[in-house]
Design a protein around this ligand. Structure first.
Ligand SMILES: *Cc1c(COP(=O)(O)O)cnc(C)c1O
Length: 423
């Protein structure tokens, strides 16, 4: 099912008309479709068929508890990058053994929390990190399962900010250094070598870089096997792109099929892990916003809306395109080309440029493909409360995050003690 979609002239998410959500919850708000999330997760799952595999949803794409809970209920594993994400997964009922802990800077308290929770595996990014994990595991009297994250030095062809598999990026270890880490890990009693990992970037639109990275990772697996070090899983990371405009990303089934084909060319079936984030939730969500006013100058027409870069940062941060749809396409307003901009005091505050829209003040717009890297990147810049979040399930609306309250914006702040007499 495509979400959102028009019924007559009104835009729906599943069986709910977006004007009903705006009336009930207000704008701006994020609206997600449970059915879309489940369908996309199932597409990945089915594509591996009987090949041993596990999907570890990348929590950083959208960490709302309700979404995590839906995915936990489907048996999903999780890929986390912080102690905060760990707590969210546990709170949402995720299986700790299905958690992969990634990221270049795991702090000691995060490692301790993860070991206490009994997570599945740490993806190691440096020798120093291995030593820290070994130390904490030793103190707790447990063994930490580790995988080394390889930097395969492949160009994923994506935006430089979200490319992670090039030699110059901070992520992973080159193959030769990775071997040294494995040999060192073998000597550490509080560490168990469990797997190998890579993750080359995000919004990747070709299968080629995924294949090249996997082949490089498997070269390291061969070296390890030569030294009788067995690998329990090959973690291919996330990064499969989605359609924002007119991109033609590979289908999850082609993506998984390629991994399966490469893995099946080996004599032994090594289980596979993948860590998709954007590809599962990206197109399952929209940002619903209301038109505040229209204005023009000599160069441009502006459609000023009540959502801004603090709610949805991708357009400002990456010059990312996200489709903007009229919630009621039956408007009789004149079609005009607008820059769709928000209230924040920055010229970088736009949600879309040069968009042909038929709109009047108070009309609703849906900014599409906002399920991933939307609410998680939101801030309260300009002291704007973060938006509400809604999960649609059939014809039911669930508010899964309340709009931030104004007082909570400064709840954790304090003023200096007053040390002067007033008066
Ligand atoms: C960000 C990230 C992912 C998810 O990337 P998507 O592009 O959202 O699929 C997976 N694994 C790791 C290690 C990441 O950092």
């Amino acid at each position: 099912m495509d979400n959102p979609n028009y019924r007559d002239s009104i835009l729906f998410v599943e069986d709910v008309a977006l004007p009903d959500i705006a009336a009930q919850v207000g704008t701006p708000c994020f609206v997600y479709s449970r059915a879309s999330i489940e369908a996309q997760w199932n597409r990945f799952d089915r594509a591996f068929g009987d090949y041993p595999h596990r999907i570890h949803y990348a929590v950083k794409a959208n960490s709302n508890l309700a979404l995590l809970n839906v995915l936990a209920g489907m048996g999903s594993g999780f890929d986390i990058v912080s102690g905060g994400e760990l707590l969210r997964v546990l709170e949402a009922g995720g299986d700790p053994r299905g958690i992969i802990f990634s990221g270049v800077c795991k702090l000691e308290w995060e490692i301790r929390d993860a070991l206490k929770a009994g997570i599945g595996v740490f993806s190691i990014e440096s020798e120093g990190e291995l030593d820290l994990i070994a130390k904490v595991a030793g103190e707790l009297g447990c063994r930490a399962r580790i995988a080394v994250r390889i930097n395969p030095d492949v160009d994923s062809g994506t935006h430089p900010y979200i490319s992670t598999g090039l030699k110059r990026n901070k992520f992973g270890m080159p193959a030769d250094q990775a071997m040294e880490i494995y040999l060192r890990a073998e000597q550490l009693p509080s560490v168990e070598i469990y797997g190998i990992a890579c993750h080359i970037g995000s919004q990747i639109l070709d299968l080629g870089p995924f294949r090249d990275a996997l082949v490089k990772v498997l070269e390291v697996v061969d070296m390890l096997e030569d030294r009788a070090i067995a690998i329990g899983h090959v973690d291919c990371g996330g990064g499969l792109g989605i359609r924002y405009q007119d991109e033609r990303p590979p289908d999850p089934s082609d993506y998984a099929g390629q991994i399966r084909a490469v893995m099946e060319s080996r004599p032994v079936r090594i289980p596979v892990a993948i860590e998709p984030g954007r590809a599962i939730v990206g197109n399952a969500g929209i940002l619903l916003t209301a038109v505040h006013s229209l204005k023009r100058n000599d160069l441009n027409r502006f459609c000023i809306v009540d959502a801004a870069m603090n709610d949805l940062l991708r357009p400002a941060l990456y010059q990312a395109y996200q489709r903007i749809m009229e919630v009621d396409r039956g408007s009789d307003a004149e079609p005009q080309v607008y820059d769709v901009v928000g209230p924040v005091c920055e010229s970088g505050d736009f949600l879309g440029k040069d968009r042909l829209l038929r709109v009047s003040p108070n009309d609703l717009l849906a900014v599409c493909s906002a399920g991933a890297y939307g609410s998680v990147m939101s801030s309260s810049y300009n002291s704007r409360p973060r938006p509400a979040e809604v999960l649609v399930d059939g014809k039911d609306i669930h508010i899964v995050r309340n709009r931030e309250s104004l007082r909570s914006l400064f709840r954790d702040e304090s003023m200096l003690p007053s040390d002067r007499e007033t008066g």
